[in-house]
Design a protein. Structure first.
Length: 319
């Protein structure tokens, strides 16, 4: 039985239809990422899954429950990591985690939680004295207090420096290794690619693509891009297998399904002239390229953005 099943989900805020009939499933133990620009509908979707917002139409099953019923047995099985939380900052790490453990019928052992999020050296430190990254790990610890089966991570590394983000990714991997099902929302393409088993891209309230990051929207079959700086403005002669050629700011881009043959011809042409292929790059479209193509570089209107980001969510307390 899937951890999450969604069929025909709709949600409207006045004249704005934020979610327009989406369907997806999340398997047990899977890391599932929702990607989309502001106003796309991903925040509304996640709030409905968490039980914090009511849907207008469609069916939703989360761990076998309808989240709209707000059953205590359902809440005890989920954990939520928000962008900002309301943990009392004058508590120590240990006191805060233990306090939240008291809200659940079958909490995870305190020492085990602190060890899992790598906060043992800071367990007796007051929250107000933690770094930003340490506070984020505390947020995860609080979400783990009830030993949930399902975790919602809302942009867990926003504002992190690269090193802190990598450490946070390690923490998410640890949770996945425990068998937890994880729903992740993020704006970072590399984060989704590193962490997620599957990705769903939402734009304009509908899912426009879904699948593993490596093959999203046929990415694994997309043409290889070969880029290099033109040699004194010269372009190579037509090469068999090149589907398209573009020139921008002195950089040539060739697209091909046969990169080995095209590279052979291209390097032979350069060697004949005894000139290097400067800034040579060979790659397939990145997940970010695919994402931008799917979302059409869309920016929501102020009304759509306001509707899809209801006030108060970012700082709400867990209940």
């Amino acid at each position: 039985m899937p951890a999450i099943e969604v069929e025909g989900l709709h949600k409207r805020y006045g004249p704005v239809e934020a979610v327009r009939g989406i369907d997806f499933t999340v398997g047990e133990g899977e890391v599932f990422s929702l990607l989309g620009p502001n106003g796309a509908g991903k925040t509304t979707t996640v709030e409905i899954l968490e039980g914090y917002r009511l849907r207008d139409a469609g069916t939703v099953s989360v761990l076998g429950h309808d989240p709209a019923r707000a059953e205590r047995s359902f809440k005890a099985r989920i954990g939520i990591v928000l962008q900002q939380t309301g943990v009392e900052e004058f508590l120590t790490v240990r006191e805060a985690v233990d306090m939240y453990r008291g809200y659940y019928p079958h909490p995870r052992p305190l020492d085990e939680i602190i060890e899992l999020v790598e906060l043992r050296p800071k367990q007796n430190t007051r929250i107000t004295r933690l770094s930003g990254g340490q506070k984020r790990r505390l947020d995860v610890a609080v979400a783990l207090a009830g030993d949930p089966d399902l975790l919602f991570l809302d942009e867990p590394t926003t504002g992190f420096d690269p090193a802190a983000r990598r450490n946070a990714w390690k923490g998410v991997k640890n949770l996945s290794d425990l068998g937890k099902t994880i729903v992740l929302t993020t704006h970072y393409m590399d984060e989704a690619q590193f962490l997620a088993d599957r990705v769903a891209v939402i734009a304009g309230g509908v899912i426009v693509a879904e699948g593993p990051p490596s093959s999203l929207a046929g990415r694994e079959q997309a043409a290889t891009r070969i880029r290099f700086r033109a040699i004194d403005g010269a372009q190579p002669p037509p090469i068999p297998g090149v589907e398209d050629t573009k020139v921008a700011d002195g950089v040539l881009e060739l697209r091909t399904q046969d990169p080995t043959r095209v590279l052979h011809e291209l390097t032979a042409w350069a060697l004949e002239r005894n000139r290097p292929l400067e800034a040579l790059e060979v790659n397939r479209p990145s997940l970010e390229d695919v994402y931008l193509d799917l979302t059409g570089h869309a920016q929501p209107s102020p009304e759509e953005d306001a509707a899809a980001q209801p006030a108060g969510r970012r700082g709400r307390r867990r209940r």
